[in-house]
Design a protein around this ligand. Sequence first.
Ligand code: NI
Length: 220
Amino acid sequence: METLNQNQILKHTRLYIEDFFKGESTGHDAFHTFRVTNLAVYIAKSENCNELFEVEMAALLHDVDDWKLGGDSNLSNAKNWMISQQLSLETINKIIDLIQQVSFKGSKVETPVSSLAAACVQDADRLDALGAIGIARTFAYGGKNNRLLYSPDEKPTFHDSYESYKTKQSSTFMHFYEKLFLLKDRMNTITAKEIANKRHQFMELYVKQFLEEWNFSENY
Ligand code: NI
């Protein structure tokens, strides 16, 4: 069999992603993956990263084994897909390594990256959790998981392990404090930091307005 070139593999992978995420409604749909991919490539180019193919593939496959979507920690879906595309074991391992470094694991859990390529993919996924789209995705995810929008007496919990982060039950609104507002300071690249700052400011405005509306009737 003739080996596929990188452009063909990327094209096939995009189709695989469209199919894979059909019907997904928690904000981890194919459009999320494509936005993350575009951001990752944009960051990689402006940071002069020379592993563009690996960055793009890792971004495309970063959520196919996500725990939130019932995936396993061996990243079987990503691996099997890349094997089907006849990528070399060396390239597959490189891309798997990048995917493993994407996830946010809790407010107090450090998630350092081992390379510029890993930094680009991690930053891209975190950027899509911020701003107007980040807000929409946060509430969509909370609704799907039966969370309240907001619970006035609640205080944020800063999780110190991935396990406790995964089992959290707080209202969706707490997610701003437990994760979203922390992300701008966790960006690895200058390019992502600039984008994150703008999105962060927008979320602050949003949260302020949200609380003003929530408390409106109390003032009369
Ligand atoms: Ni993601």
